[in-house]
Design a protein around this ligand. Structure first.
Ligand SMILES: [Zn+2]
Length: 230
């Protein structure tokens, strides 16, 4: 059963209530890639004032960024899904209050991880400007829920991806299905089968996705944004 989320989920939605589009063709997906917007942690990403004309919320700001970089969704896809977001490269955007916004439809190939787009789903957490990113607990809760849903939806058996060096991908390795951070898709420069910090092209999403998975999709407290933290 193909998974399609409606335009927006409330932070406290339950998976059983998620509407699904039943007759769409299914894209083969075996990788979930986590990103960040590299904006201030715990701060709304927006332009203008809420409720006023011209206000852009987080997915619309990202859509504008991606449009400026030349990203463009298939017009047919735009007509049928997230029609106010003609450029966005991600499938989901997780706002600081935990709201999950849909970007591209799951069956649409994203634009978020070079060489890995065809087989992956891209999720963007708002924030993460620091090298050691901090996201709100509401964001962590939503991330866990969305990732868990995608693993079930696509039958991804192991959340922890494995790498095989020297295979088909231009980076010099193949990534077996699972969940990873954008930075984990950097080339394995020294060919030891691991992408180490010195090899990261970007630090996105600013936390160790593998460690988060091993903790049962619970964040290390140092990555949890507190209202009172500076
Ligand atoms: Zn990224």
């Amino acid at each position: 059963m193909p998974g399609m989320l409606p335009g927006m989920l409330s932070p406290d939605h339950s998976l059983s209530k998620i509407a699904r589009q039943v007759d769409a063709p299914r894209r083969a997906v075996d990788l979930v890639v986590i990103h960040c917007s590299a904006s201030d942690s715990g701060k709304l990403l927006q332009q203008g004032e809420p409720g006023k004309p011209g206000h852009l919320n987080a997915p619309k700001v990202i859509d504008a960024w991606h449009a400026a970089r030349g990203f463009k969704r298939d017009p047919k896809a735009v007509r049928s899904f997230s029609s106010s977001l003609p450029a966005i490269g991600y499938h989901y955007v997780i706002d600081i209050n935990g709201t999950v916004w849909s970007g591209r439809a799951l069956d649409e190939i994203g634009a978020h991880a070079q060489n890995f787009n065809a087989r992956s789903v891209g999720i963007c957490l708002i924030g993460g400007k620091e090298r050691e990113a901090r996201y709100t607990q509401a964001q962590w809760n939503s991330l866990r829920e969305v990732v868990a849903m995608l693993l079930v939806e696509y039958g991804i058996a192991s959340a922890l991806p494995r790498r095989t060096v020297g295979k088909a991908y231009p980076q010099g390795y193949t990534m077996a299905g699972g969940v990873c951070g954008h930075r984990d898709l950097s080339p394995d420069g020294n060919g030891n089968g691991m992408v180490e910090p010195f090899e990261w092209l970007k630090t996105c999403p600013g936390f160790d996705v593998g460690a988060w998975l091993k903790r049962g999709m619970r964040p290390d407290p140092k990555h949890v944004f507190q209202e009172t933290s500076k």
